[in-house]
Write a new protein. Structure first.
Length: 227
């Protein structure tokens, strides 16, 4: 099932920044979440969005660390993903289209895995299991382009014991939303956009990379309803 805001379909930009996007997303989710749902942000860009959602809905906030695999020459183009549980996924067709060879792909995957390990250490050091068997979780990112990273996250949390998995993003390509609807139990995407060219950043008036060093503070504020 997919839930969207029809008035935002194919529009851009529609959000001031990631925090505003999270507030809009919280409104879309407010009456649709099961009791006891937990918000899991995908860092880095998903953290400010998820923090706003968690504050607005009064729900617990944590992170599901997943990183896309990119070629060394372009950090924006992904052709795979590595998850917190160590799984590695490669989209062979996209890899071939980018001209990435096997040995280069191995190096790219290890670089992504190192980022995942670093972020797990930074954001979850000393904490217990990410979820308990049967938990309902809401995976939040700042947008869906191809959907491969989020699909990898869905698979990882399912294997970790999640009972119900909801994907929630402010913006997404129509193709990626359809892809995730087949992988997750539900998808909430406020701003669905069609067309051959899609960029997550186009949905935002203010857009920049999220500094990894700021993530712990964002999570602390997201866990405080008064932040």
């Amino acid at each position: 099932m997919v839930t969207e805001l029809p008035e935002l379909r194919d529009r851009s930009p529609v959000f001031r920044d990631r925090r505003h996007a999270g507030e809009v997303l919280a409104g879309l989710l407010r009456d649709a979440l099961p009791v006891g749902a937990r918000i899991l942000a995908i860092p880095a860009g998903g953290v400010p969005v998820a923090a706003a959602v968690a504050r607005a809905l009064g729900l617990p906030l944590d992170v599901a660390v997943v990183s896309k695999i990119t070629p060394s020459w372009n950090s924006e183009v992904g052709y795979g993903a590595v998850a917190f549980d160590g799984r590695v996924r490669i989209d062979a067709a996209t890899r071939a289209r980018l001209g990435v060879g096997e040995r280069e792909a191995e190096r790219d995957a290890e670089r992504a895995a190192a980022k995942v390990r670093r972020r797990v250490g930074l954001l979850r050091a000393g904490q217990g299991p990410l979820l308990a068997p049967g938990d309902a979780v809401v995976l939040v990112d700042d947008g869906l382009a191809s959907g491969l990273t989020m699909e990898t996250a869905v698979q990882a949390v399912r294997d970790a014991g999640a009972g119900r998995v909801i994907v929630a993003v402010p913006t997404g390509s129509a193709a990626a939303v359809e892809r995730l609807a087949a992988a997750a139990d539900e998808v909430a995407c406020a701003n669905v956009r069609g067309g051959r060219v899609f960029a997550v950043a186009d949905a935002y008036e203010s857009w920049s990379d999220v500094d990894e060093a700021t993530l712990p503070g964002m999570l602390r504020r997201g866990r405080s309803p008064d932040a």
